[in-house]
Design a protein around this ligand. Structure first.
Ligand SMILES: [Zn+2]
Ligand SMILES: [Zn+2]
Length: 353
């Protein structure tokens, strides 16, 4: 596909540098864009990732995993190939991987977003010859509202639930989305309780120096004491489970880009949907791709066919880059380019939104 990158049965491979990027099978050397499980698979001998992502990756892959960190922007040189990580604005430690060899520059975006997020370094497009872009929300129907408006909606929903003496339960992915919500909502409204999967990730974010409130794990006691007042953050997999019973009467909501589509909301048995995404929307994808100046774009992880066709029709040479997960559509009609983007989302079939 390019001299620098090729697709193998274990994933995207840089032959001159002899390393893989986000491989889906065990390899000797893996460069990892971020710790969501459709990008960070276990079993490789050695992992390299951006410094702020090391603790998150270790939490996901296990303490005995060999992981090295590289500061954003620093170069790792191997066989004459220069590799560096650059913020992708997706979750803590998420990075674009830039590789340079004999004057050719190739950038693999991983997942990225252009909207502001106080919990991670902002995405910055990099000039390159070849850009490998994600396309999770690569359809023109996906256009995000300003995130400040969405957080105002979440605050208002929480307050109105309090007036009706209902506990607010908000389902959000445990890595990234939950911390972004925690950092952005109005903490003065009431107590906030966390599911254990979110609480442990919040601890890691706090150790990384992020301004998040001391996490409180939901227990039978504090759930009872805060009934009708609390906001509970829980992973999507806890939807419809007995774990929710301790909160009494609840109003439920999902925070995900998939909620932008009315039908998706209806299929999920929740009261509200907040279209808050950690991915670029259609305009964000197009603007970012244009800003790289890339003469060739490879589209992966999502609506690759639609986005690459659009690019080709508008003067940019583009092609789909298949992933192991492409071509499956879940029973809910949401694309499932990822088997289990998060340990807590397997039952929902959709990539973390
Ligand atoms: Zn991701
Ligand atoms: Zn992804």
């Amino acid at each position: 596909m390019t001299g620098l990158l090729e697709l193998t049965e274990r994933g995207l491979y840089c032959r001159p540098g002899d390393f893989f990027i986000d491989p889906w099978r065990p390899v000797p050397r893996a460069a990892i864009t971020h710790a969501h499980s459709d990008h960070a698979r276990p079993g490789s001998a050695a992992y390299l990732t951006a410094d702020p992502g090391v603790a998150v990756l270790r939490h996901r892959l296990g303490d005995d995993t060999t992981i090295e960190g590289l500061p954003y922007g620093a170069e790792f040189v191997h066989n004459g190939v220069r590799l560096s990580f650059h913020p992708s604005g997706h979750v803590l430690g998420a990075a674009q991987v830039r590789i340079e060899h004999r004057g050719q520059v190739c950038v693999v975006s991983g997942d990225y977003k252009t909207a502001p997020d106080p919990t991670c370094a902002p995405f910055k497009p990099l000039r390159c010859h070849t850009f490998v872009t994600e396309s999770t929300f690569g359809l023109p129907i996906y256009r995000w509202r300003p995130s400040a408006e969405i957080f105002a909606d979440i605050n208002a929903w929480w307050r109105s639930n309090q007036q009706q003496n209902r506990t607010s339960v908000l389902f959000a992915y445990s890595l990234g989305k939950a911390q972004r919500i925690l950092a952005s909502i109005d903490r003065s409204i009431g107590p906030i309780l966390l599911h254990g999967a979110i609480e442990s990730m919040v601890q890691i974010y706090r150790l990384a120096g992020l301004d998040l409130p001391p996490p409180v794990r939901a227990t039978t006691e504090n759930a009872r004491d805060t009934r009708g007042q609390a906001l509970v953050l829980a992973p999507p997999s806890s939807e419809n489970t007995p774990w929710l019973q301790k909160f009494g009467e609840v109003s439920t909501a999902v925070a995900s880009g998939w909620m932008a589509i009315r039908g998706t909301r209806r299929r999920r048995a929740v009261d509200r949907g907040f279209a808050l995404s950690d991915h670029a929307d259609w305009d964000g994808l197009l603007d970012s791709i244009a800003a790289t100046g890339a003469e060739r774009v490879l589209v992966t992880h999502g609506y690759a066919a639609t986005l690459s066709r659009w690019l080709n029709e508008h003067g940019t040479s583009a092609a789909e880059l298949p992933t192991r997960f492409i071509g499956e559509t879940s029973s809910t009609g949401e694309p499932s380019h990822s088997e289990a983007p998060e340990e807590d989302s397997a039952q929902k079939d959709a990539p973390q939104g």
